[in-house]
Design a protein around this ligand. Structure first.
Ligand code: F7E
Length: 338
């Protein structure tokens, strides 16, 4: 009989790709859904009839116990979180509760209902923050720079601690930024590709961004969900960095996205006065409101442990990722989406 997976955050980018991946492997897939006043099931609508959604919330321990009793999963993937870093300064306590303590609630629920369940925790490169070594690997000390990063460190150690205290099969995947056409519009990559597509179609004139110098190790989300699954198929639970090993600035991402649309950007000015010009017109501007109280300036991961032990490798290059996202947004606009 096929295995059963229970995914929190199934309506998000990673959850929906993981559901696709597990369905293709013959899994029965359950997803947790919070009660919201409006439906937002876009990312899974192509596979909606193959996924069972159950009501639950990482803030409600009882709901987690009920979900696990109902779904009886072999594997739990905890991908739900308040995951937008700037929002974590606006809602720091809520972020700590969902993104940090929520992990512990899930681990405790598993321990109570069925300790044999294998658990994956979505840890984040944001835990490295003001990175203490480059590239960052599993042994690199954490230095989070946002309430989100702080909460992720809590979730990470809750996972490690359940493994060490209760012998739980609990893994933490330290994933660097991973993007896709399903990425939320508020994250910088999708914001760029969507607005660039609109500018190219004459539906917008400018793209306003914050820190153009920030550098990230950007991979493709579908490649990364495979690593999550691989971690739970090992003999022993462990923690793994998943990354491409390359870093690019926001400015470079902007250049590549516009290039895909046939627009070459030249830059003038610096800091808040920096502008990206196309044919003498400023299409990219900097707006201070997108700066963060403390930013993570540069991240780049070393995924050699995941390569050696899981056999994981990145399939999609950085330019392929940018082009895929731009092409998707162009197509979406043409078909009447926004
Ligand atoms: O920002 C800079 C911004 O919001 C990337 C989440 O999935 O990955 C993600 O966190 C960089 C930052 O992602 C804008 O200052 C410039 O330095 O796309 P982002 P993130 O904060 O790296 C990690 C691994 C996670 O775990 C998180 O959940 O881009 N930036 N201008 C901007 N960022 C945004 N959002 N908007 C701008 O206008």
């Amino acid at each position: 009989m096929g295995k059963v997976a229970f995914i929190t955050g199934i309506l998000g980018q990673d959850g929906s790709y993981l559901a696709d991946f597990l369905l293709s492997k013959g899994y029965t897939v359950y997803g947790m859904k919070r009660r919201l006043s409006h439906e937002h099931e876009n990312n899974i609508k192509h596979a909606r009839d193959q996924i069972t959604l159950v009501s639950g919330d990482l803030l409600d321990h009882t709901s987690l116990i009920q979900c696990i009793k109902k779904c009886q999963p072999d594997e739990v993937y905890n991908l739900a979180a308040q995951s937008f870093v700037p929002e974590s300064w606006a809602q720091p306590v809520y972020t700590g509760d969902v993104t940090g303590l929520g992990v512990l609630r899930m681990l405790e629920a598993i321990k109570e209902v069925n300790p044999a369940i294998r658990f994956y925790q979505a840890s984040s490169s944001e835990m490295f923050g003001k990175a203490l070594e480059t590239p960052q690997r599993e042994s690199t000390p954490f230095y989070p720079r946002s309430p989100y990063g702080v909460a992720k460190v809590y979730g990470h150690y809750a996972t490690v601690n359940h493994r060490e205290s209760y012998n739980a099969f609990a893994c933490s995947g330290i994933l660097f930024n991973h993007e896709s056409p399903r990425r939320g519009m508020e994250f910088v990559t999708r914001k760029i590709t969507n607005q660039a597509a609109k500018i190219s179609a004459g539906m917008a004139t400018q793209l306003a961004l914050g820190n153009l110098n920030a550098k990230r190790d950007w991979g493709f989300a579908l490649d990364y969900v495979e690593a999550m699954w691989m971690m739970l198929q090992q003999e022993r639970p462990d923690d793994y960095v998943v990354a491409t090993g390359q870093t690019h600035s926001v400015r470079e991402f902007v250049e590549l996205a516009f290039k895909r649309l046939g627009m070459n950007i030249t830059w003038e000015g610096e800091g808040v006065n920096e502008r990206g010009l196309v044919d003498g017109k400023a299409v990219v501007i900097v707006d201070k409101k997108f700066y963060r109280p403390a930013d993570v300036e540069q991240l780049v991961g070393d995924a050699s442990k995941a390569g050696a032990q899981l056999g994981w490798k990145q399939r999609t290059s950085f330019p392929e990722l940018v082009n895929m996202m731009v092409d998707n947004d162009v197509k979406m606009l043409k078909s009447g989406g926004s």
